[in-house]
Design a protein around this ligand. Structure first.
Ligand SMILES: [Zn+2]
Length: 316
């Protein structure tokens, strides 16, 4: 396989995961959903990801004019950074964005400043490039439980705070699937052991709220989905176990924060503590005991997660 075909993974119900080439292979996906000749993207990656999204449409014989929706689960830039650039190429699409996120996509300056604060100027530039604003007349701003139509199917958009206050998830009741953005955590395929999935929470700044996140996981599970599609990365199916582990691990991260809340070098202690904690989970999971490989796969998330826990501690 060459070109875009090697970056696509097809699932049931007209769902395809597209590798958006963010940081490393199979770290971030956009999901393309096709129904009755109409299409939606769930999350977009960054502005740099847009060529992959268009190539995926071409590969699936979908015209850009047949895309009805760009569904930005939340406005973090690895999910919605490319939404504005993409919208310019999709003449009939509307962009669905949470009421608390809409103004950030219409006028991205605060989003850009916030991301530079997290990543630093240089890394921000290479990761995200330019952020194109979206005209408010092309936005759909869903209240909790709003429904939209995609071809023959109905999608329900539910507000799921805990990772971000501007987060919603997309429920497809007919096909028993949910697109969870970051609400159901991260499950990299590189961490699978014999097809068994490994999951952990993402507590990125600035809205981490452990109880709200656990409640949102419960709410997703209340729909009894058969599969959940994560932006990081694609399909997971062992949902009862993963939901239980997600909630245990959200609480473990919060406990780690409380333990070091007043410690000198709090940031360093959190980072070391989180790596040690995740190493125990990976040992239990049967992942190879190779610290350099674990650091390669986890250090960026550990860094973001610890920053998010510090924001939460300072807010409390
Ligand atoms: Zn996020």
């Amino acid at each position: 396989m060459t070109g875009i075909a090697s970056k696509l993974t097809d699932f049931a119900a007209g769902i395809t995961a597209i590798d958006v080439d963010y940081v490393r292979p199979r770290l971030a996906a956009s999901h393309l959903v096709i129904d009755g000749g109409r299409a939606a993207f769930v999350d977009t990656g960054t502005t740099h990801s847009v060529p992959n999204l268009l190539a995926a449409l071409a590969e699936k014989d979908v015209d850009p004019a047949e895309v009805d929706w760009v569904l930005a689960t939340h406005v973090h830039l690895d999910h919605a950074g490319g939404a504005g650039a993409l919208m310019r190429l999709l003449p009939n699409a509307r962009c669905a964005v949470h009421p608390r996120g809409a103004r950030h996509l219409a006028e991205p300056s605060k989003l850009i400043a916030g991301s530079i604060a997290v990543y630093g100027e240089e890394r921000y530039r290479s990761l995200y490039g330019d952020i194109v604003p979206i005209d408010e007349s092309r936005m759909f701003v869903p209240e909790d439980g709003a429904t939209i139509q995609l071809g023959g199917r109905e999608l329900e958009l539910i507000h799921t705070p805990g990772h971000a206050l501007h987060h919603y998830c997309i429920v497809d009741r007919e096909h028993s699937v949910i697109f969870s953005g970051d609400t159901f955590g991260l499950s990299y395929r590189d961490l699978d052991v014999d097809g068994r999935e490994f999951i952990f929470p993402t507590t990125t700044p600035v809205h981490f709220d452990p109880e709200a996140l656990c409640n949102s996981v419960d709410r997703l599970m209340s729909y009894t989905p058969q599969a959940i599609y994560l932006t990081h990365y694609a399909e997971v199916r062992d949902l009862n176990r993963l939901a239980r582990e997600m909630k245990t691990r959200v609480r473990a991260f919060a406990d780690l924060g409380r333990r070091y809340a007043a410690a000198p070098d709090r940031a360093g202690k959190l980072r070391n503590g989180m790596f040690a904690m995740m190493s125990i989970w990976l040992d239990e999971h049967g992942f190879p005991r190779d610290d350099s490989e674990r650091h390669r796969l986890l250090d960026d998330d550990i860094d973001l997660n610890c920053q998010g826990i510090e924001f939460w501690l300072d807010r409390k």
